[in-house]
Design a protein. Sequence first.
Length: 230
Amino acid sequence: MTVDVRREQLLEAGIPLFAQRSWEEVSIDEIAEACGVSRGLLYHYFRGKRDYYVATIAHAFERLHALQPDQALAPTEQLRVGLERFFESLEQDPDAHAALRRVAPADEEVAQIVERNHQAFAERVLAGMPGAGGGSALARVTARAWLGAVDAAGLDWLERREVSSQALVEILAEALVAAMLAAARIDPTIEIPQHVAAIGHSGIVKQIAEAETTDAAAQQAGPPNQPQRR
C-alpha cells in the first residue's frame, strides 16, 4: 500500500469521529482505534491530533469536490447534475457534511480551509456563466449567497424530508438563474446570453409591484359605470 493510499484510509476513518464531536473531545487513542493502527503509526503520518483533524476536514471537502459534474456539460445541465449529486451526497455521505458543519468559526486555521473551498464552489458556479461573471464582485457575492441557500435547503431536507429532493433541485436551479439575472440588471459587466437576458428584462419584484399598483388604482376607481337604460 502506498503512503498516499494509506494516509487517505486514515483520513476516511476520522470523518465519522469528527461528525459527532469536536476534535478536542476525541482522543488520539480513539483515532488510532478507529483507524485500526497503533498510535506510533498514526504519528508516522501526522504530527498529532490537531494535524490529523485539519487534514481530515480538507479531505472531507475533497470528497465533495469529487462529486462536481463534468464541465464539458452545458451550463444548465451542470447546474442540475451538481444539485442532484449534492442531495445524493447528503444521504450517502452525511458524516462528511456533519464534520464540516461542526467547524468552529473561531478556529481560524480550519475556517480558512472552509473559506477557500466555499470560494472554489462559488467559482464553479460562476464558471457556468459567459466570461465567468465578468469578474464582477456582485456576481461572486450572488453565487455565495445562493450556495448558502443550497446548504440551508439541504440541511432542512436531511432533517425533515417533507419535500422531495427533486423539487428542491428545480427550485434552487431557478433561484440561481433569477438571482444572476437580477445581478446582471444592476451590474452591466455581468455577461448574460441575450436569449437568457430577455427572460428577465425587468425584475420579478418590479413586475409584481407594477401589478399591485395597477390593482390598487383599479380598486380606487371603483366599478365601471353601467350604461344607462332608455
